[in-house]
Every structure is written in structure tokens, then in C-alpha cells.
Design a protein around this ligand. Structure first.
Ligand code: HEC
Length: 160
């Protein structure tokens, strides 16, 4: 170690340490950015997402992504059934950040009017952001190329 740095950590954080710490932080955030998206072409992400989907989403949205029967009509409770996540539903009408927000926060404001009652759980405290993105990547991987292209256009128009 160069004499100039010797012992500096004892007195105060030396510049070298700070620079290293800062670059580690940036490396971590770059990593995070690389994965905070739902990439249907990323086979590893789709594989992880399939597990999340099977364990946490399939009970309502269906193992085959077909949703609950007669999903356009209200349940006796007055709430909406779980819609399909395949081409036959409207999941692909929404940009990724909205799908992410709904999954994390539930169908609550600002994704629904105040007071709206929904059976869609908020997964923010039970799934990591990464798991949510992975589940969405799996869902997207099940869309036809046509639905995927259409959603990509919607995404582009939002500029996200
Ligand atoms: C307990 C049942 C249940 C579970 C489990 C569940 N959902 Fe839902 N989900 C619903 C219902 C019901 C709706 C429709 C809500 C409404 O319109 O009030 C919905 C709606 C959605 C929507 C909006 C769909 C659209 O086309 O607008 C998304 C996205 C979604 N769910 C994702 C997920 C994901 C991802 C998981 C798993 C991590 C999941 N859901 C697990 C019940 C569930």
C-alpha cells in the first residue's frame, strides 16, 4: 500500500475507500437496472418467473393463464374474477411498469379508483421486485408474437 494511504482509514475515510465504495454501489445499481425488467427472451428469467407464477399466481389466474371462468362478469361478491394473462385477456394492453405496479401494490389507486374492492393481492411485501419482474417475464413469454409486439408498441408510446 502507498504510504500516503497508510492509516488514513483510522482517522477518516480516505478518498480511495470512498471511490471504491462508490464504484461498487454503481456496479450494484447497474446490475439492478439490467434485471428490473421483464424480458420474455431471457430464458433464465422466464424459468424463475414460471416458478413464481405457479406458486403465487396460478391459483387465481390459472396454471394455463386462462383466468377464472366467465372472467368478464362480476362475482357474487361484486368483485371481478381474475382475468387471463394470455392473449385472450387484457394484460398485454398494459405497459410493463403498470403490470409491475398492479402486482406490487394491487388493484389500488392509482391503478383503480379510491375505494375500489379487488381480490388481486398486493405482492409488495411477499415477493421481491425481482420475483415480480420474473413472473411478468414468464407471462410475456406466453403471449403470441403479435400480442408481444402490440404491448411493445404500447410500452414505447409511454416512453418507458
Ligand atoms: C387471490 C387471487 C389472485 C392471485 C393469487 C393473483 N391475482 Fe392477479 N388478479 C386477481 C384478480 C381478481 C384480478 C382482477 C382485479 C380487478 O379487476 O379487480 C387480478 C388482476 C391482475 C392484473 C391486472 C390484469 C389486467 O389485465 O389488467 C395483473 C397484472 C395481475 N393480476 C398479476 C398477478 C400476478 C403477477 C400474480 C402472481 C404474482 C397474481 N396476479 C396473483 C386475482 C389474483
Amino acid at each position: 500500500m502507498k504510504p500516503i494511504r497508510k492509516g488514513c482509514a483510522l482517522r477518516r475515510p480516505c478518498l480511495g475507500t470512498l471511490v471504491v465504495a462508490a464504484s461498487l454501489t454503481c456496479a450494484a445499481c447497474a446490475d439492478e437496472q439490467a434485471t428490473t425488467m421483464a424480458d420474455a427472451q431471457n430464458a433464465a428469467q422466464v424459468r424463475s418467473g414460471k416458478l413464481v407464477y405457479e406458486q403465487r399466481c396460478a391459483s387465481c389466474h390459472g396454471a394455463d393463464l386462462k383466468g377464472q371462468p366467465d372472467w368478464r362478469s362480476k362475482l357474487p361478491s361484486g368483485r371481478m374474477p381474475a382475468p387471463p394473462h394470455d392473449d385472450s385477456g387484457h394484460t398485454w394492453h398494459h405497459a410493463d411498469d403498470i403490470l409491475f405496479g398492479i402486482t406490487k401494490f394491487g388493484v389500488a389507486p392509482h391503478y383503480a379508483p379510491p375505494g375500489y374492492q379487488s381480490d388481486m393481492p398486493a405482492f409488495g411485501s411477499t415477493l421481491t421486485d425481482q420475483q415480480i419482474w420474473d413472473a411478468l417475464a414468464y407471462i410475456k413469454s406466453r403471449w403470441s408474437p403479435r400480442a408481444r409486439d402490440a404491448q411493445a408498441q404500447i410500452q414505447k408510446q409511454r416512453g418507458k
